[in-house]
Design a binder for this molecule. Structure first.
Ligand SMILES: *Cc1c(COP(=O)(O)O)cnc(C)c1O
Length: 396
């Protein structure tokens, strides 16, 4: 970590990707709101337009502030190239529509983020793209489906809201045996906790809205991988127009300066809270990859540097009514749909990630009515534990 040629993730979160854009000695990257970039020399304009010279032409395609953000994520993920979109879903949909054509097949899992799941079950089939969704932790089933052939293997780890962990090295190998492009949504992990490209994935993506930005005040999405793949995604995204706004890029860049500090604190808070809840009589079960009781704890230990800031737990009384009574007692938690911010955020899947499913469908997916997703902020963990303790006491 102290080798100057290989600065650590904390150093990179602060310094990476910015040099080129520090205007006239400014120490911070400016927000370049300009829609277009003018050229006195028409031949230079032509060279930039043809990609023979670096530069910017039009902000739907590229923009200096947006590029600085992409560079920072690219360097943290150890990738050759990166491109961004207006939201996490913007980068997910751009990526799927870049690589898939009628007749192609995708293999993924049942527990992907709700929006990605809607693309799989509602939109891709409309284009005669076959989608097979496997049980999330059944690696044998995923390998068997991949072996039948597929263009894309789409994974997410850890998953939302039950924080299951996929063996990324094992599944990337299975994907490459049939020539598939292996994509990993690493939003819950961040590059501080895991680097899927080093485990063999071809592309790693983030909803930057969550941990990367970290302050719940800007939407964004980003994807990293080889130049060859990322350029194709960039080309689709510049045409579909789901461009990241320069102001959002600035907020994400600023948030990322504290990425390592925040994520380390969230890892620690989540671990202590998971242990506290696991020993509490009012709690039926705690799901957190850092607990020895978690189904995928061994995989998580192997491939993650930290277990992340999100955990889920079920109240002893398995009813939505219990959740309804419990949540208002929490003093230090927003009841809201997002996660990964400096504040603690709680939400039941019934109102957030799985709002479109029926109660029976959620139960079938292993999401009981009393499940609560808890995204730990960076507050003092003693306060969060005391807060959970008093709220549990009121409902049990
Ligand atoms: C929130 C989220 C997304 C979607 O990101 P948006 O920025 O809301 O579009 C995708 N994947 C995961 C794991 C998420 O948590």
């Amino acid at each position: 970590m102290t080798n100057p040629n290989h600065p650590g993730l904390g150093t990179q979160s602060i310094w990476a990707g910015e040099d080129e854009y520090l205007l006239q000695g400014a120490t911070q990257v400016p927000v370049v709101h300009s829609v277009s970039f003018g050229y006195g020399d028409i031949d230079q304009w032509l060279r930039v337009a043809l990609g023979q010279e670096p530069g910017h032409i039009y902000s739907r395609n590229t923009n200096p502030t947006v590029h600085a953000f992409e560079e920072k994520v690219r360097i943290l993920e150890g990738a050759e190239a990166a491109t961004s979109a207006a939201t996490g879903m913007g980068i997910i949909s751009s990526t799927l529509f870049t690589f898939l054509s009628p007749g192609d097949r995708v293999v993924s899992v049942k527990d992907t983020y709700g929006g990605a799941n809607v693309i799989f079950i509602e939109f891709l089939p409309r284009f005669q793209i076959e989608v097979t969704l496997c049980d999330t932790t059944n690696h044998e089933q995923i390998e068997a489906e991949v072996a039948k052939g597929c263009k894309v293997l789409y994974l997410e780890s850890p998953t939302n809201p039950t924080v299951k962990v996929a063996d990324l090295a094992r599944l990337a190998k299975a994907g490459h045996e049939v020539g598939a492009i292996v994509i990993v949504d690493s939003t819950f992990a961040t590059p501080i906790n895991q680097t899927p490209l080093q485990l063999g994935a071809d592309l790693v993506l983030h909803s930057a809205t969550k941990f990367l930005g970290g302050h719940a005040d800007a939407l964004g999405g980003v994807i990293c991988g080889s130049k060859e793949l990322v350029e194709q995604i960039y080309h689709y995204r510049e045409i579909n127009g789901a461009t990241l706004h320069p102001m959002a890029a600035y907020l994400l860049l600023r948030g990322m300066k504290t990425l390592q500090l925040r994520v380390q604190r969230q890892n620690e808070n989540a671990m202590q809270i998971a242990r506290f809840l696991e020993n509490h009589a009012g709690v039926a079960q705690v799901l957190y990859p850092g607990l020895a009781s978690h189904v995928n704890h061994d995989i998580a230990k192997r491939q993650m540097r930290g277990f992340g800031g999100v955990l889920s737990f079920m109240l002893k009384e398995n009813s939505f009514d219990a959740v309804r009574r419990f949540l208002p007692h929490l003093r230090y938690a927003h009841a809201a749909a997002n996660l990964g911010a400096v504040e603690t955020i709680v939400g039941p899947p019934a109102t957030t990630s799985h709002v479109e499913c029926t109660r029976e469908e959620r139960e079938a997916m292993g999401i009981p009515e009393s499940l609560i997703r808890y995204s730990t902020g960076i507050e003092d963990v003693e306060d969060l534990i005391a807060d959970l303790g008093q709220a549990l006491a009121q409902v049990s």
